[in-house]
Write a protein that binds this ligand. Sequence first.
Ligand SMILES: [Zn+2]
Length: 263
Amino acid sequence: MIISTCLFIFIIGAMLGSFFNVCIHRLPRGEGLMFPGSHCPYCNNPIKPWENIPILGYIFLKGRCSHCKEKISGRYIAVEALTGILYLGLFLRFGLTVDFFYFLFFTSVLVVITFIDFEHFLILDKITYPSMVIGLIACLIKRNLIDGVLGLLVGAGIIYLIVVVSAIVLKMINHPCKDEGGMGLGDVKLAGVMGVFLGWKFVLVALFMACLFGSIVGMILILSGLKKRTDYIPFGPYLAMGSLVVVLWGERILGWYVGLLGI
Ligand SMILES: [Zn+2]
């Protein structure tokens, strides 16, 4: 019973992941989500229904368009599989509860934002603002609106402060990197969304985890020569990673931390 439910949740996740791929491709280009139907970005050949089956379609096609044989981005199968796995993780953590659906929405927003930020170094207002509004309405329904509003202020406030301070510091030391470091206003708005969904306490943990992941991965990328010190590395994916860790294990992390401080 539980295994078939898990499989069902994974398939739903992969199917929605397929839709998120459409969002990731079209939203930054200002295209509509419904029309035209799915087509190859190179030859415009319409994609057949069986080719659109999440994960399997990509495997059957061996990652190439059936018409022009042009390579299909590995991002398609990655987003489908990742969304399936994340939905499954949320189900195992929360069961079929209100929190499950609440964090399902939040996680979906994070997936779309992360992969757009990877490709375009952009966090779109047309995703962050509606997500904030939907999150605040959900907080109102869950009767913790104050925590959501405080989270919004704390999350966005901290990243805004970092953006302002790093801009001043970069100007003072006349840094060769002209794009003003790693964070921008998109990250501020994303941190606001995180605050709404996580509340003020857990958004602090999420921001801490994001900085931790960011420094570790950044260091590995620079030491391995994959990136230069002046290369732009988007911060949105780390914010998303920090959020997901907090959604899945936040209480344990906070408990451990409070214990460590001996409070
Ligand atoms: Zn094609």
